[in-house]
Design a binder for this molecule. Structure first.
Ligand code: HAM
Length: 426
């Protein structure tokens, strides 16, 4: 390096985080359990690009939503003028992919995805600008059985992750035509109480009045509680859909609370909407949300296809797992200490042999005395130090010393290491 070069250190930008090695075992656990549960329900994995056309979200999530109005990382590509965005959520891209590749040609599809999403939000605990979701979308099922299936799937996921006490909130927001009449009723109601509306509500009154019901402002709780309920103006088909869903959930032993004010922050929903909420994470307590969106596929250029889905916020779920004391660690089976000329020369091959036997092996690199290598073995978190000295090499053997538990050091043939380690851990 040049003597004159100035060193500059960088930090990740606000709201964007590194997930460090000490945290990744818990993430692996979360992702592995999610993968396993989703495949148990027959969901297939799909991966969509992180960058999509801006217009995709304007048309699907909705022009007058927080996401589109103020939270998108959107820009114009300097090379060709394309209007692009870092995806703020996964549903729109998934629908685009389904339509583009005609994935429902041979019948309904159950899909899931996992990955980063981006929203330029105010940063706080459980709310980042880059966050990760596992999302799940079912296409071509009219429901409500598939709505119930996704909720039951989530209940299983929480159980298997060691998470308890998450409340399922449920509502029906009916179909678009049912909402038109309700919208007018709601605007008229809020206009009567205009003096009690905050700035946000005033702004939304004529663009997205249903979202006013979702407000967290304590001063507006009373008027929102007393507002006319959308559920009361639903037609028969929507009512029956909701009643059947409730019945299926009750039969499946899933507790729920009907929250008449739950409308969700994205415009594509109709009929069923739901959220899973915990009180353990402060203000950002919603760990998953979803619902039906029966008109979105057609709106994005596909054949009319009903749909239902949800997404889980992985950072929030990881925080909640920690709250419940769930731990995970990934420790190597063996730290391979090698001292002596012969041993050093053989260590690489020995490590490969042990790995071929299915063990995870950290090979000591960089030389050093036996004592200093053993110190590193201790610090590595490995279950055993496998010691290779010139004596061992001569006999085709290796010495094993337990590091996490009391126990005698013993010498064995290389081929016996795996069974010895597995035997001792039983
Ligand atoms: P959403 O409610 O916007 O829905 O996000 C789903 C979940 O992602 C939230 O419940 C939350 O756990 C997590 N989340 C959202 N924003 C953030 C953030 N800034 N920081 C951390 N976590 C966050 C959707 O995204 C829909 N696409 C869900 C869906 C799929 N509906 C139908 N299919």
């Amino acid at each position: 390096m040049s003597q004159n070069s100035k060193s500059t250190s960088f930090q990740s930008i606000k709201g964007f985080y590194d997930i460090l090695p000490e945290a990744t075992p818990l993430w692996f656990k979360l992702e592995d359990v999610a993968r396993q549960v989703l495949s148990q329900y027959g969901y297939q994995h799909i991966r969509m690009p992180i960058v999509e056309p801006t217009e995709l979200f304007v048309r699907s999530v909705g022009e007058h939503t927080d996401i589109v109005e103020k939270e998108m990382y959107a820009w114009e590509d300097q090379l060709n003028g394309d209007k692009l965005v870092l995806r703020p959520e996964g549903t729109a891209g998934c629908v685009r992919a389904v339509v583009e590749h005609n994935l429902t040609y041979n019948g309904p599809q159950r899909l899931w995805y996992m990955g980063p999403m981006f929203r330029h939000e105010n940063v706080q605990k459980g709310r980042q600008r880059q966050f990760h979701q596992v999302g799940c979308e079912a296409f071509g099922f009219d429901g409500p059985d598939v709505d119930a299936e996704q909720i039951v799937l989530l209940a299983r996921l929480w159980r298997e992750l060691g998470i308890e006490d998450v409340e399922l909130q449920l509502n029906s927001i009916g179909d678009a035509d049912e909402r038109v009449a309700y919208r007018q009723t709601l605007i008229a109601y809020f206009e009567q109480h205009a003096d009690l509306l905050d700035e946000d509500a005033k702004r939304r009154l004529h663009t997205n009045p249903l979202r006013i019901l979702d407000t967290k402002n304590p001063r507006m709780q009373a008027i929102c509680e007393a507002a006319p309920k959308l559920m009361d103006s639903l037609g028969d088909a929507s009512q029956q859909h909701f009643e059947k869903l409730c019945q299926l959930l009750t039969e499946a032993g899933i507790a729920y609370v009907v929250n008449h004010r739950l409308v969700r922050g994205l415009d594509y929903y109709n009929r069923t909407v739901f959220e899973w909420v915990t009180t353990k994470l402060g203000a950002q307590g919603t760990i998953a949300g979803g619902g039906r969106y029966d008109t979105l596929v057609e709106k994005l250029g596909g054949k009319p296809t009903t749909a239902c889905g949800f997404a889980i916020g992985l950072e929030r779920v990881a925080l909640l797992m920690q709250e419940y004391g769930v731990t995970a660690n990934h420790t190597p089976d063996v730290y391979l200490v090698n001292v002596g000329e012969q041993a050093e020369a053989q260590a690489f091959g020995v490590a490969e042999t042990l790995r071929s036997d299915g063990l995870s092996v950290v090979l000591h690199a960089g030389g050093g005395s036996f004592k200093s290598q053993m110190k590193k073995a201790d610090r590595s978190g490995a279950r055993y130090a496998a010691i290779l000295g010139d004596d061992e090499v001569a006999l085709g053997e290796i010495s094993l010393k337990p590091l996490l538990e009391q126990g005698e050091q013993q010498r064995c043939l290389l081929a016996a290491v795996r069974s010895l380690i597995n035997f001792e851990s039983v």
